[in-house]
Design a protein around this ligand. Structure first.
Ligand code: FE2
Ligand code: FE2
Length: 167
């Protein structure tokens, strides 16, 4: 079965030298971490959940924007944060040059960076349906709290935790 999606620019991200370096650094920084990790498995979980929601509720958001935002949303955790600006902002800073290198246009980069910047912003929970809200939802839905040994000491609120499979 073939799907008629053009994933050229998404695959450029996966092959981008800086992106691959951030994945390696992330793995090193999170070695031994007992809480959820931020790795390619998480990024693809988020991408696929977001894609499913996008199809289910007919948002019609371009799949390359969804996958790009998901692949890049946590890469800021690969680097130090001496000024305490948070990993969302760090991720957006690291993502911007990669997105341009991979051929995304100004308005697409703006949309992806907005989603990355807001993927942890609770105030967008009830905002309109756009890429930022989609990424927020998919990111939260991606975590299997129902089988997590450390869920009782995780910082997520009880409301946010996935105590059952939801989709
Ligand atoms: Fe995050
Ligand atoms: Fe995430």
């Amino acid at each position: 079965m073939n799907f008629d999606y053009n994933m050229t620019r998404v695959n450029r991200i996966i092959g981008h030298t800086d992106y691959k370096e951030y994945l390696v650094r992330l793995r090193e920084r999170e070695r031994g971490r007992k809480f959820c990790c931020h790795n390619l498995t998480h990024f693809l979980d988020v991408a696929r959940i977001a894609h499913i929601i996008n199809l289910e509720i007919k948002l019609n958001i371009n799949i390359e924007l969804i996958y790009s935002a998901a692949l890049l949303h946590d890469i800021g955790k690969a680097v130090e944060d001496p000024e305490n600006i948070g990993h969302s902002k760090l991720s957006a800073n690291l993502a911007e040059p990669i997105l341009y290198d991979c051929g995304f246009l100004d308005r697409e980069v703006e949309c992806i960076l907005d989603a990355i910047l807001n993927h942890n912003n609770e105030t967008i929970k009830d905002s309109g349906d756009n890429l930022a809200r989609l990424l927020y939802r998919a990111d939260k839905l991606s975590r299997p709290c129902y089988i997590c040994d450390v869920r009782n000491i995780c910082y997520w609120s009880l409301d946010d935790k996935n105590l059952q499979i939801k989709i």
